[in-house]
Design a protein around this ligand. Structure first.
Ligand code: GTP
Ligand code: MG
Length: 372
């Protein structure tokens, strides 16, 4: 009884079944119109489509559980939000160096005792405007995020080393960004090197559909040197320009949702989960669900190591209080009650266990067959 069909859900929400099916696909679930989906999946789908889900009954009878109320973000509640910029590129082309250079140059030295924390996400303020940067620790996390339908990036910075040119992972990154429909700004890095050849990079990029503006195309290419910290202002200006053209907005007043960027188990603090807030605001005391983990937000720490009580749209923040460590790329949602958070998480744990059981069962069966 803990389920409803795709069609039922579509009717309740007043949308087409195809919309639900599409959303399910983003979540990695292939479904047909008459397929039953469980209630927590329905909640996630509804949330993702901008509906607010309210708990009707304390009994948590799934059929009665959902009262779906379309939540058009009222225009007056929408506020502009900082762009989320992901840095992509081939191994060793200088992604991390470039981010470090921007941070060193643009973040005023307020970090306590110069302790640099490892957060693959931070925010800078440039010309009074904030920009959120995400490093891609490896392509795996990014792929995982994409597979889960997370569309967290507004702008991709494609780092290409001027001495090395376009490489397989450069092409992969271009394809990722294109598939996600994310605008690309090319940072031609290491121009300080004697064998740097920016024109060759531009030439190679044209072969992948990126034609530089100065060559009549519409791809912004900025020559930079992370080592010598040159070209950074121009790069930041271009990011703000692209962001402004896209008029990025969010509603800080709605319930929060976003993506897990990094997570680890800390001996003292328990699960430490870096999230990127996409919409709404996370506050200390809120209830969250991410995968099979739930959370009563105990504390939050920003990229400068300061405790904060709130984190709004586009903010990267460390969250303490999770029951277990959710995977990077997992979506998180705020739910109205702890009970609901717990229930959804438990159900997902159960389902995960069942799937694992099934999987291991299948393997042993195959083993048997292969032995025959
Ligand atoms: P992965 O995370 O391993 O994919 O590498 P990455 O793209 O983050 O590159 P990283 O920033 O670690 O830089 C790789 C090497 O290139 C380091 O030895 C850097 O010092 C060097 N490097 C980065 N930027 C520049 C630059 O502008 N000029 C020069 N000369 N060297 C650079
Ligand atoms: Mg790196």
């Amino acid at each position: 009884t803990g389920s409803l069909t795709v069609k039922d859900l579509a009717e309740r929400m007043g949308v087409k079944s195809a919309e639900i099916i599409k959303q399910l696909m983003f979540l990695g679930i292939m479904a047909t119109i008459n397929q039953e989906i469980d209630v927590e999946t329905a909640v996630v789908v509804a949330e993702e489509m901008g509906f607010r889900v309210e708990i009707k009954e304390r009994e948590l009878d799934p059929e009665e559980l959902l009262e779906l109320e379309p939540e058009e973000d009222e225009p007056e509640k929408l506020q502009s939000r900082p762009p989320v910029v992901t840095v992509l590129g081939h191994v060793d082309h200088g992604k991390t160096s470039l981010l470090d250079a921007i941070r060193d140059a643009k973040v005023t030295a307020t970090e306590a005792g110069g302790i640099t924390q490892h957060i693959g996400a931070y925010q800078v303020k440039y010309q009074q405007k904030r920009i959120t940067f995400l490093d891609t620790p490896g392509h795996e996390a990014f792929t995982a995020m994409r597979a889960r339908g997370a569309r967290i990036t507004d702008v991709a910075i494609l780092v290409v080393a001027a001495d090395d040119g376009v490489k397989p992972q450069t092409v992969e990154a271009i394809n990722h960004a294109k598939a996600a429909g994310v605008p690309i700004i090319v940072a031609i890095n290491k121009i300080d090197k004697p064998d740097a050849n920016p024109d060759r990079v531009k030439q190679q990029l044209t072969e992948h559909g990126l034609v530089a503006e100065e060559w009549g195309g519409d791809t912004i290419c900025v020559p930079v040197s992370a080592l010598q910290k040159t070209g950074l202002d121009e790069l930041l200006e271009m990011i703000l320009l692209v962001a402004e053209m896209n008029e990025l907005k969010a509603n800080p007043f709605r319930s929060a949702r976003g993506t897990v960027i990094e997570s680890q188990l800390d001996k003292g603090r328990g699960p430490v989960v870096t999230v990127l807030v996409e919409n709404g605001t996370v506050e200390v005391g809120d209830f969250l669900v991410a995968g099979s983990a739930f959370c009563r937000v105990r504390a939050m720490i920003d990229h400068k190591g300061r405790r904060v009580k709130k984190a709004g749209p586009s903010a990267p923040v460390e969250v303490l209080g999770f029951s277990e460590v959710p995977q990077a790329g997992e979506r998180f949602y705020e739910v109205p009650e702890e009970k609901v958070a717990r229930q959804i998480a438990l159900k997902r744990q159960e389902r995960k266990r069942q799937q694992e059981l099934k999987a291991s069962g299948r393997i042993s069966l195959e083993d048997v067959f292969s032995r025959i």
